[in-house]
Write a protein that binds this ligand. Sequence first.
Ligand code: ATR
Length: 278
Amino acid sequence: MSDAPRIPLAGVIGSPVAHSRSPFLHGHWLCRYGIRGHYVPMDIAPDRLADALRMLPELGFVGVNITVPYKETVMDIADLTSDRAALIGAANTLIFRKDGKIHADNTDGYGFIENLRQSAEGWDPTSGPAVVLGAGGAARAVVASLLDAGVPEIRISNRTRIRADTLREDFGNRLKVVEWVQAGNAIEGASTVVNTTSLGMTGKPELRVPLDALDKSMVVTDIVYAPLETRLLREARDQGCTVVDGLGMLLHQAVPGFERWFGLRPEVDDDLRQAVLG
Ligand code: ATR
């Protein structure tokens, strides 16, 4: 094999993966910073996943992002996991280390918090309770990061109650479970309101939780980014709340992976938003 330095490769693995915006995002950064590298989408069948992950470093891959449906599966394949990935039980970023080990990390919560810190000026997570709607995989990352940021209480509400109960068992008694039919009441007196369900996403029904308790003192955010303005965000804007859309979370969660793989901490700005929106 040639001794010439290899062009570093990274990518995103999922199935399907064609919808992923990550190639636009990383492609924009590679181009902007003049880095000789490539980022490619890879649709890999479940029975090929483990072999593929072992083979990619030999092909010059320095790491990959992981998306649906493999975020949990890769935790069993990785040799090492970060504390936050272990806590969440899922990984979205793998680093192929020089010693051959696969390191799994989860940067979704980091992306969520960074987005709020940068987009909602003066947001103080410690100032009051947060309401988290939904208790799926995304909710786990959001809950972990909110607790880490010092939120005093999380009121969690999910259509399927047992999933919210499981989160409370896993994350402790700063979580209070609220029945889904009572979710609107949970908003009363909250500082931060987050939708982590897929409701409101293009092709899905709207979130129908009553929103009368929204107040202009609140920071309201949605992890849905297509469309950029969901019913939750529209009503929150009308109430004078500080509103943060979900696209920023997608952009910020990509920063630690890019930095580890390509050796440069990239900027999240309007140019990047436009590149990803296409
Ligand atoms: P992700 O990893 O993106 O969070 P997920 O684990 O499938 O995906 O979770 C999707 C979330 O959206 C869940 O909270 C789900 O509620 P259930 O646990 O009751 O399924 C929520 N969700 C999806 N469709 C919904 C609907 N029609 N009404 C209420 N909640 C819904």
